[in-house]
Design a binder for this molecule. Structure first.
Ligand code: IPE
Ligand code: IPE
Ligand code: MG
Length: 256
């Protein structure tokens, strides 16, 4: 385990780290089922993977790490699972605040906070305040989040400005739209990881991942270890990001 850990970590070029890594943490239920347990057992075991990933990001000095923890669509799950997930969130925020402090991590959140139970909102607020002075990795928890909800909200706020005569439609730009999203102060992710072998985005950061590198792994989230995270970063660093240009242009720019 330790050796593998070192192998991928050693290959990482610390000068070309992504500024923002986003993760769709998937496969908790299947992990539990494989072990003959209830789905919530998988969620509980997913907490360790969250801790390891946050620590790994902090140790490497990744400025932003966004974790998709609960989607708008996840409200359609059975009530018992939703309740168990909300309770787990509260207890994890309590137990992991020390990890965040020890690693100089600042907690932030995106999503529809209003829709969360009060105890989750209060705990979240408390941890956000406690960690607000930390200067290392920014951990962004996506909770009750979906990209279409976020974009719709931004469009409504832009429409209100136009209605009020504060903005004309000619002034609209991509930057203007980005500035109305919940992620307005966060750079777009360069790397998006999804675990559990599913090849879909599930309504996550649709606007922001326009040029993200996508990385899919079969590993189920509770098994996701630091070396899996390092492996994803190595894979990302071996890609050529062309942004619509041709390879020669990108290579000559890198040399100049
Ligand atoms: C991801 O694991 C966690 C959440 C969506 C809350 P799942 O609960 O989706 O697990 P699978 O995909 O059913 O295995
Ligand atoms: C996506 O996982 C949401 C989170 C990881 C929080 P899901 O398990 O809900 O996604 P689908 O339903 O398989 O697309
Ligand atoms: Mg799932």
């Amino acid at each position: 385990m330790k050796d593998l850990d070192n192998t991928y970590k050693e290959k990482i070029d610390s000068k070309r780290l992504p500024e923002h890594i986003a993760i769709i943490m998937d496969g908790n239920g299947r992990w539990a089922k494989k072990k003959g347990n209830e789905r919530i057992f998988g969620h509980k075991n997913g907490v360790k993977a969250v801790r390891n990933t946050v620590e790994a990001a902090a140790e490497l000095g990744i400025p932003y790490l966004t974790l998709y923890a609960f989607s708008t669509e996840n409200w359609n799950r059975p009530r018992t699972e939703i309740d168990a997930l909300m309770s787990l969130l509260v207890s994890t925020l309590d137990s992991e605040t020390k990890t965040l402090m020890d690693n100089n991590v600042r907690l932030m959140t995106i999503g529809d906070a209003e829709s969360l139970p009060k105890r989750v909102r209060l705990n979240m607020q408390r941890t956000i305040e406690k960690t607000s002075g930390n200067t290392g990795t920014n951990l962004v928890l996506a909770l009750s989040y979906s990209a279409r909800w976020e974009i719709l909200d931004a469009v409504k706020s832009i429409a209100r400005k136009v209605e009020a005569g504060e903005l004309s439609s000619r002034e609209l730009s991509c930057d203007m739209i980005s500035s109305q999203l919940q992620t307005k102060d966060i750079p777009d992710p360069e790397l998006l990881i999804r675990t559990s072998g599913e090849f879909r985005i599930s309504n996550f950061l649709l606007w922001q991942i326009a040029y993200a590198e996508l990385y899919f792994t079969n590993t189920l989230w509770p098994d996701f270890a630091k070396e899996d995270f390092y492996e994803a970063i190595c894979n990302y660093q071996n890609r050529e990001r062309r942004f619509g240009k041709i390879s020669e242009q990108v290579v000559s720019k890198m040399r100049s």
